[in-house]
Design a protein around this ligand. Sequence first.
Ligand code: NAD
Length: 469
Amino acid sequence: MNYDVAVIGGGPGGYVAAIRAAQLGGKVLLIEKEAMGGVCLNRGCIPTKTLLKSAEKWEDLKRSPEFGLKAEGIGFDFGAILARKNAVVAQLRGGIEQLVKSNGIDVVRGAAVLTGPNRLEVDIRGSGKKETFEARKIIIATGSVPSSIPVPGRDLPGVITSDELLELDQVPRSMLVIGAGVVGIEFTAIMRSFGCEVTIVEMLPSILPSVDSDLVKRLGLILRKLGIKTLVGARVTAFAAAEDGVAVTVDTGKDIQEFHIEKVLIATGRRPVLEGLGLEAAGIAHDRSGIVVNERMETSIAGIYAIGDVTGRSMLAHVASTAGMVAAENAMGLSSLMEYNAVPACIFTTPEIATVGLTEQEALDGGYAVKVSKFNFAANGKAVSMGESDGLVKIVADANSGKVLGMHILGPHASDLIMEGALAIRNNLTARDIAHTIHPHPTLAETVMESAHGIDGDIIHQIKQKKRV
Ligand code: NAD
């Protein structure tokens, strides 16, 4: 065997798996057909967060008078914003390449096919040559691509996915977003901030269907205030070419409406990349939703592992990285299991959303005696001083034991604050454990402590409602 471990795919699942296997003393091969860093770095998390940062700074500039500041002649240059996004991506990509190299990992550029239980054939990029490699263990980390919808006119140039949206050199005047999931809502926030008129079409009865309903209601109000039109329970039935864009027919459930829009963003989910890998020939069990794995991240064929989006479960970069470490450790002879009970998920809107564990409804459906506490950022000194006091921290706990079952945050830095909830859930902590841990003042973290007090006893910074006689 040439290698102990071969990893197919250099995204946040694959490169982390490769590094972990190398740390454990393995001779490791990493095969990537495009750019190192995968969707997360090149077409996902990082470019969107970079655009979002520019959008937030722009919003801050517009709010200058509120903070006693004078900013005159302000504006933005979308070309420069894109250039910064590309520079950030390039810097981080270089960092990953260096990291991989410093761990002694061999990198091959090309597309890999499984040709035997321990064998891979790689179509070396740009050379027209194929090369065969052998490895004791193989980890598949080929990720996912945006899924499409079977609507006539889908191939018109104005109908795009997030991949193409990230490359637009101008902000469209108007955009219709199909799918109010994470991608749809995050791009809505960014594009609206730069002045684009956004309409969202979601087929389910609510936006962000997997998020706790209290947060969704609050976000719905924020979107409405920003002038974003949201049609839920609605479907797009046709696209047609129109002057300067696309004519979109929408069945709203009550009537048929037609929109003339510059760009249409399809954000209806992602599908795992399964094609061309030789899965059938290798006998690796899979279906349309992904490769089947056990909690060791091992496929139906011993010694072949799959991690991240290609498994179709929890398509999040941090889940892929964790699964990558689990797979690498098992491939190198350790015994590691993947856990999914405390997976934090963040949505980078303004303000942010972050959740972990069960929603109130899921806890009720799971048969728990549920106790819920909510604390508003409006009663937190730091949030008010920042001028970012919209939102709440909601804790869902087991009424009998006080154990934290879920934490749901809409507010500034929710994506950082959520880790207290993840740590609590993973370690079976109670709301009392959080409430009685001293939190520094003045910080946004106090909102988590106050909400936890609401489960354990009384919230300090909450005006008492007068009892009715
Ligand atoms: P998603 O599954 O989160 O949301 C897709 C939405 O589209 C759903 O609400 C669904 O009901 C709706 N939909 C599907 N078909 C439709 C149709 N024909 N008409 C109208 N609505 C339709 O998918 P996504 O937002 O594309 O994201 C893909 C994956 O990437 C998700 O797993 C997501 O968690 C992940 N992601 C994560 C982040 C993050 O962590 N911040 C950011 C982006 C994407």
